[in-house]
Design a protein around this ligand. Structure first.
Ligand code: TPP
Ligand code: MG
Length: 664
């Protein structure tokens, strides 16, 4: 029989040896959390290494993701498909052991972590998705959605502002199946030079109690039995999320470097590693784990049993509730409803027939209203701007602190909201849409980046998309945001010009399985544009000819509120016998993915181009080149009625026409 100490020491050894071999990484955290990890993974975590996608597994999130070797060690030892060869190639090109854990790369990694504070936010989202799905799908005697979310976090996550946003909300929502284990080691990076109490003196237990969490204080993080007992206690909680505060020593086991900032993020060095082996009684060479230790960690039999038991429960559920069972399966697989395509096409056609001139944010609400009844997985919310973002629809039911519902009042927490949405999408079973003013998208930016990096289907509703919002002034008027969002690799960005483009954008966002979509909507009314059937179909290609003229001498490219102006400029020019083509380009990212032939049809070589968008001009240079021109806005806006601002900043048909003449 191996001792629990040996099991924990296996983690220590793998971490210090892999970091040493890579000459890069963070040994201190895995060495300090080894007993906590052993207690959770060997006594509590319900997971199946053979099937990392098992729907009802417990979720485990390493929010202090710099300690990635802890997670790789756990996955390897417990029997996931992560062979020792991968651990030996820690942090090397195309290994499965990236510097920080990456979802989609390493089996068993539930979310990509490293940007501190977002892991705990993802965990809140996972716990929330579990709660919502349980309320929707569980029936008497059939607790079919029933798992916990565990998260490790350190001082860094707690210092980050986002932890306040999401832990505050988790407390309000009473997410009792969320259990966080805090690595309270009194060290962060600058502890190399000074004491953490010079920058972090919060009373963390009181802070979390104030949020409405249950806090289990003063647990000895190096006593696996004590940690396990605390987890058992936490599991009994029925109304609150639980924080278990574990006192630990960073780099525990290393005679000289333990409890120093130096253990945080650098190899221990050969000498200290040898001394550590001696001190902890680990007499095996690097990357060698005795069979008995493997046996002590092996979670495969337990995992298979747990999943089989759940499968049996699911069969019984499916017998009594076949429709629900089929629906849950579909939703967890991320498939859209069978009649989705028909429904979406019908909605798009109806919007075209209605021909309404309304704000695109209103068109978005109408799109949600029409699409959501056929799409129960669409769950949404806004960061305290429901009435402005128009995210609420007639089927919205608020999520409270007992379960049920499909609408989240996120409060004024943009970053938290977006990182929670990532957790919900990663959990599966829901498609989250979240909303704020476009200008505040940069409060949330790193969560948007993580959604794009992780290829998650999250839909952002960003309204009040330009100076067109008017009187609120330059703080609220985005100018750089559309361009910034388009620069994020794998982010799709739509800035539609009317109801048809808005509806098409929503449909594209929902049908996109491998990344997030930002939808940029106007506050003000935008003219409806007439289109042929072929043009309606081409909206989905991101850019298309909206209005053509024989022998066009120039192409005017416009998005959103500027499309109408482009059409008016086209008329002014026609009156002077200058033929132009107007291209509506609601989604440059989507247009860029079209084949070269289509792109050249829309934007032929040999005629100059003028781009018109109430945003920074630089972005459009790639379409207009140096010979073309951009009607944009390269400064912050002003506070005034929208109409006046458009005139003031040169967004008029007359100005566009004269700019076009300037490039002929
Ligand atoms: C958002 C963000 N800012 C900065 C960093 C760089 N960083 C990585 S770990 C760390 C200190 C974390 O302290 P703690 O969580 O206490 O980790 P420990 O040293 O105890 O392992 C910092 C600043 C980061 N990963 N993410
Ligand atoms: Mg710390």
């Amino acid at each position: 029989m191996t001792s629990k100490a040996d099991l924990a020491n296996a983690i220590r050894a793998l971490a210090m040896d892999a970091v040493q071999q890579a000459n890069s990484g963070h040994p201190g955290m895995p060495m300090g959390m080894a007993e906590i990890a052993e207690a959770l993974w060997n006594n509590h975590l319900r997971h199946n290494p053979a099937n990392p996608a098992w729907a009802n597994r417990d979720r485990f999130v390493l929010s202090n993701g710099h300690g990635s070797m802890l997670l790789y060690g756990l996955l390897h030892l417990s029997g996931y498909d992560l062979p020792m060869a991968e651990l030996k190639r820690f942090r090397q090109l195309h290994s499965k052991t990236a510097g920080h854990p990456e979802h989609g790369m390493t089996p068993g990694v539930e979310t990509t972590t490293g940007p501190l504070g977002q892991g705990i936010a993802n965990a809140v989202g996972m716990a929330l998705a579990e709660r919502m799905l349980a309320a929707e799908f569980n029936r008497d005697g059939h607790a079919i959605v029933d798992h916990r979310t565990y998260v490790f976090l350190g001082d860094g996550c707690l210092m980050e502002g986002i932890s306040h946003e999401v832990c505050s909300l988790a407390g309000t929502l009473g997410l009792n199946k969320l259990i966080a284990l805090y690595d309270d080691n009194g060290i962060s990076i600058d502890s190399e030079k000074a004491q953490i109490k010079q920058w972090f003196t919060d009373n963390t237990p009181q802070r979390f109690e104030a949020y409405g969490w249950r806090v289990i204080r003063d647990v000895d993080g190096h006593n696996a039995n004590a940690v396990s007992a605390a987890i058992t206690e936490a599991q009994k909680e029925t109304a609150k999320p639980v924080l278990i505060c574990c006192k630990t020593i960073i780099g525990k086991g290393a005679p000289k470097k333990a409890n120093t900032g130096g253990a945080h993020g650098a190899p221990l060095g050969a000498e200290e590693i040898a001394a550590t082996r001696e001190a902890i009684g680990w007499n095996y060479p690097p990357f060698e784990i005795p069979e008995a230790v493997y046996a002590g960690w092996d979670a495969r039999a337990r995992g298979a049993k747990a999943e089989t038991a759940w499968n049996e429960k699911f069969s019984a559920y499916a017998k009594q509730h076949p429709d629900l069972a089929a629906e849950l399966k579909r939703r967890m697989a991320g498939e859209l409803p069978r009649d989705w395509k028909n429904h979406a096409a019908k909605v798009l056609a109806q919007v075209g027939e209605k021909a309404e001139t309304i704000a695109t944010r209103k068109a978005s609400q109408n799109a949600i209203e029409a699409l959501a009844p056929a799409l129960p997985e669409l769950v949404g919310g806004s960061a305290d701007l429901a009435g402005s973002n128009l995210t609420w629809w007639s089927g919205s039911k608020p999520v409270g602190n007992t379960g049920g519902g499909n609408y989240l009042f996120f409060g004024v927490r943009e970053f938290g909201m977006c990182a929670i949405a990532n957790g919900m999408a990663l959990h599966g079973g829901v498609i989250p849409y979240v909303a704020t003013f476009l200008t505040f998208s940069d409060y949330a930016r790193n969560a948007l980046r993580m959604a794009a990096l992780m290829k998650q289907r999250v839909v952002y509703v960003f309204t009040h998309d330009s100076i067109g919002l008017g009187e609120d002034g330059p703080t609220h008027q985005p100018v750089e945001h559309a361009a910034v969002l388009r620069l994020l690799p794998n982010m799709d960005v739509w800035r539609p010009c009317d109801t048809v483009e808005t509806t098409a954008a929503w449909i594209a966002a929902i049908e996109r399985r491998d990344g997030p979509t930002s939808l940029l909507f106007s506050r003000q009314n935008l003219n409806f544009q007439k289109r042929s059937t072929a043009q309606i179909a081409d909206v989905a290609r991101g850019g298309y000819v909206l209005s053509d003229a024989p022998n066009a001498k120039a192409a005017i490219i416009a998005t959103g509120s500027e499309v109408t102006l482009a059409l008016e400029a086209q008329k002014l020019l026609a009156a002077e016998n200058i033929a132009t083509r107007v291209v509506s380009m609601p989604a440059t990212t989507v247009f860029d993915r079209q084949d070269a032939e289509y792109r050249a049809q829309v934007l032929p070589k040999g005629i100059p181009r003028v781009a018109v968008e109430a945003g920074v001009s630089d972005f459009w240079r790639k379409y207009v080149g140096l010979e073309g021109a951009v009607v944009g806005i390269d400064r912050y806006g002003e506070s005034a009625p929208a109409g006046e601002l458009f005139n003031y900043f040169g967004f008029t048909a007359a100005n566009i026409a004269s700019v076009v003449k300037g490039v002929l």
